[in-house]
Design a protein. Structure first.
Length: 244
């Protein structure tokens, strides 16, 4: 029997439709699904421990040769809600910013927006674990991503959304992660993979997320997120990478 294709995805709310599609279509018998947070998926892909990864786009230049294997991504065309700088004070008073350890792309985007959009110099502090969130107080802000960002929205008076900041600065949508392999895959598998993702996006029942009370999940999945990797998103992706 041929080895199953190992697929790495993040375990955030934003990938639930993708995971549903992969687990509820004929492709499920051909794959092994591995869940981790974004920065770890990059390392798993480099080590050959997964064949396809939902990879943060900020890591693409470090991969050498790579192949985008799907017409779908984790993207936004404005406010994304789950990637933001949280603060107790307005932007002009922020002096230092903790950087979430879970995603390289969001960190790079955060630094770029501070420099070119908000035009403010701050001290950046790389976070090492979850304890940094408790240190967001006074003039110390923090970048939080993923479900944790949605959970903390009610706790801070100032939220600077990175998807919205990018849209204001460039007029383009932003792509946070794409499905990537380091070698070319069988074209027939790529077709089935794409079909599985479409199935998830179109058929996933959002009531399965009803236990998530911190943010309206329907708004998040259908309005904040934009999954199709269209030409505008590709332009936004290319522009972001050109600024790294």
């Amino acid at each position: 029997m041929e080895r199953k294709i190992r697929i790495g995805a993040v375990s955030y709310l934003n990938t639930k439709p993708f995971i549903y599609g992969l687990e509820n279509s004929p492709i499920k018998d051909e794959i092994e699904l591995i869940l981790d947070y974004p920065s770890n998926l990059v390392e798993l892909l480099k080590k050959g421990e997964i064949d396809i990864g939902l990879v943060p786009v900020g890591a693409l230049p470090s991969l050498g040769e790579y192949h985008i294997v799907s017409d779908y991504c984790i993207g936004t065309d404005g406010e994304v809600a789950s990637v933001a700088v949280f603060s107790e004070v307005p932007m002009e008073e922020i002096e230092e910013v903790y950087l979430d350890y879970q995603s390289r792309t969001s960190v790079l985007l955060c630094k770029l927006l501070f420099e070119k959009h908000w035009k403010k110099q701050v001290k950046f502090i790389p976070a090492e674990d979850e304890s940094y969130i408790e240190k967001i107080k006074g003039k110390t802000a923090g970048l939080i991503i993923g479900d944790r960002a949605l959970m903390h929205r009610a706790k801070f008076p100032y939220i600077y959304d990175l998807g919205l900041g990018w849209k204001q600065m460039t007029g383009l949508p932003f792509v946070f992660a794409v499905w990537v392999s380091l070698r070319k895959l069988d074209p027939s598998f790529e077709v089935k993979f794409n079909q599985s993702l479409v199935k998830g996006i179109t058929e996933y029942d959002l009531t399965n997320m009803s236990n998530f009370k911190s943010y309206d999940v329907h708004t998040y999945i259908t309005q904040n997120l934009s999954y199709e990797l269209n030409n505008l998103k590709k332009r936004g992706l290319e522009y972001f990478i050109s600024n790294l």
